[in-house]
Each structure stands twice: as C-alpha cells, then as structure tokens.
Design a protein. Structure first.
Length: 377
C-alpha cells in the first residue's frame, strides 16, 4: 500500500509540475529565505513564534479550547558547495500552564539546489508554507504539530511553481504497539494571466495518507485516504498604498476517496465546493469563505470541515451534511525587519445547525539571520 501512495504522488509530480500561494495570507509564518550564503559560510537562524488561539466552539463536531505558548527553533546552516548545504538545530514548543516542553526535537535538513529545483531531505519546509487549503491543512497544525520529516521537492519558475513532499509521521519497529503513518502531498500552480493588475492561476492540490504496517502487533485495519482539489485563483491588485488594495477569488473542488481495505467511514468518496472571496485593505484582509460537504474526512485538515466529530464528548459522531459560512479578518503588522504581529478573527455560521461560533488568535513571529565569516577559503 505504501508503494501505491508513492506511485500516486510520483504521478502527480510528473503530470502537473507546479505551487500555490496559501489560500490565506500566512507569509509572516513562513521560514526566512536561507539560500543567500556563500560557499564556506555559516549562519545562525532564529525562528520564534509566540501564539494564543481561542476556539469558542460548542457544537458536537469539535470542541472549544485555548492554545497558548511559544516555539523556538535555532539552527545553524553551512554551505558546502553552490548546490549543497546542511542545516541543523533544535525545535522547542512550550505550552503555558504545563510543566516542561511539549516538544524538544532535533532538526536536520540536507538541501540540494539546481537551477529552479530544490531537493530537501530530513526536516522539511512544511506547515503553512506548503500553501494548502484549510480543508487539507488546519492552521492549528502550525502551532501544535508543525514539524515534518521526510523528502521534499520544490520547483520555482517564472509562471510555474510546485511543492511536493512525503512526511513520515510515525515510525514502527518489530512488534510495535502502534501503526506507521505516512502523509504526502503536492501543491501546484500555473500562472495563465497577468495584465493590468489582474493575476489568474490554475491550481491543483493533492494529498495521500496511509496508516498501517506489517510488523505491528495491533489488529486495527489499515487506512488509506486520497484527496485532490483542482481550482483557480483570481486576484485584482489595485494599489500598494491607500485604503483599498485589491480583491481576490479562490475556488476549489476538494475530492475525497477512501481506498482502505476495510472502510470504517459511512462514505468512501465525495466532492465538496470550497470558495474564498477577499478584499484587501491597508489594515488587513476581509475574507468570506463557503464550504459544503456530504462526506469529507482528512488527516491534517481543519476540524470544522470534517464529517466525523473530533469532540471528546461525541467521538465518532457523523454529521454527513456540513455547510459553513466563515467570515475572517486577517491583519499583519510589521514591527521590525524580522518581526510580525498577526491577528486572526474568524466567526462562522453553521448553516445546518443554525448557530454562530468564533475563534480568535494573536501571534508574534520573529525570524532572523546572523551571518558568520567564512570557515574555509
């Protein structure tokens, strides 16, 4: 089954070859560009995030809770040749109100660049930086499940961009009391129009998830899910300054296929429309999102979009029909050359259950680089 997932991802790589900008403007959460070092030069990078996010949710599909803490990832990068570099360090995550660290993990990335192509092995440039739509990647993963380790290929051309990866989530050994988990995907985009402030791109996003193995000791059946989302993005840029900056329209049709040998879900395939309409202003972005589904589930996707409840009070509850209207206010303030203050206010209306709920968050991102002198001639 692992070979089926890898074949699926390889097929997408070869047949589409393209990356998209994130559906929401999450640029302040992206890692700092690290390809400006000269041969024989090293640099210290500091990646820091302070976060608080409060979910006021009371439905039976997901619970309300608060996330409050910080992340710190200091790394040192050294460039051996024009194409090859190595970066290593540690990732720490601390939740306020809890003792110790929730995560304290080593990180290491071997990177090879050749023209428009980049290959990464080890710790990936993942998370929000992939640019997946929210039904495929939940924003909160960046706060509590950010690290990805495996293999990644990136392509950056003038009109075509691509990001494809395999993330090995859970490793198992002989007689393991758990199953291995593998997650992979591709985010691709091709620009087809850029004129008079208009920018139009055709996009594709796909993911594959597998949970199973042959050397574990538990009887749970394997799980294999595939997701694909063709779509487009249309943006009108009005001005760089002033009150009104531009308009945006993003439309995708996420598809879900359950390829498990033993289907545990009451549905095995579905198509779900997902649309974002946005207006950019000097103070931030106002976005209106619509989601409709009659059977959708995702390993890393947003909990609100799922059909099967993630609530600890209603585990496994099915709400086959999901219709959501989400209003978002997104603001990013640059406090310094490498410091961003971001706010997110996101009320939504559940059209099936006829109720309003909301979430809000405050984030400080600091990403900086300190170059060191050359260590070799």
């Amino acid at each position: 089954m692992k070979s089926l997932i890898l074949s699926f991802l390889l097929l997408i790589f070869l047949s589409f070859g393209q990356n998209s900008i994130a559906q929401l403007n999450n640029q302040p959460f992206f890692s700092k560009e690290k390809d400006s070092l000269e041969i024989g030069q090293a640099a210290l990078f500091v990646d820091h995030l302070n976060f608080t996010k409060n979910n006021e949710y009371f439905t039976k599909i997901t619970d309300g809770y608060t996330l409050f803490g910080f992340q710190l990832m200091p790394t040192v990068k050294y460039r051996f040749t024009n194409g090859f570099s190595l970066e290593t360090g540690a990732f720490l995550r601390k939740d306020y109100g809890a003792k110790g660290f929730e995560e304290f993990e080593p990180v290491l990335t071997a990177r090879y660049n050749s023209g428009k192509h980049s290959i990464l092995m080890g710790t990936l440039e993942g998370g929000l930086q992939h640019g997946m739509i929210e039904p495929f990647y939940e924003f909160e993963n960046q706060l509590i499940s950010r690290l990805e380790n495996g293999l990644q290929w990136k392509y950056k051309g003038s009109k075509v961009k691509a990001d494809a990866w395999i993330d090995w989530r859970t490793m198992i050994y002989d007689y393991s009391p758990k199953q291995e988990e593998v997650f992979g995907g591709i985010v691709a985009s091709r620009e087809i129009l850029q004129a008079k402030g208009l920018n139009l791109s055709l996009d594709f996003q796909g993911t594959a998830y597998h949970k199973g193995g042959q050397i574990d000791t538990i009887p749970d059946p394997l799980i294999t899910w595939f997701h694909a989302a063709p779509g487009f993005k249309l943006f009108y840029h009005h001005a760089d300054h002033g009150f009104f900056r531009g308009l945006g329209l993003q439309a995708f049709v996420p598809a879900f296929l359950d390829y498990s040998f033993s289907n545990k879900l009451p549905f095995n395939k579905n198509f779900s429309p997902y649309v974002n309409v946005s207006a950019d202003f000097s103070a931030g972005t106002l976005m209106l999102s619509y989601w409709e589904s009659e059977g959708f589930q995702h390993y890393r996707g947003g909990r609100l979009y799922r059909t099967v409840s993630s609530s600890i009070h209603q585990p496994g509850r099915i709400e086959k029909q999901r219709r959501l209207l989400i209003i978002r206010w997104l603001s990013d303030y640059k406090l310094g050359p490498d410091i961003w203050l971001s706010t997110r206010i996101e009320p939504y209306f559940d059209l099936e259950n006829k109720l309003w709920e909301f979430s809000h968050g405050l984030y400080i991102n600091f990403r900086s680089k300190v170059k060191k002198p050359k260590l070799m001639p």
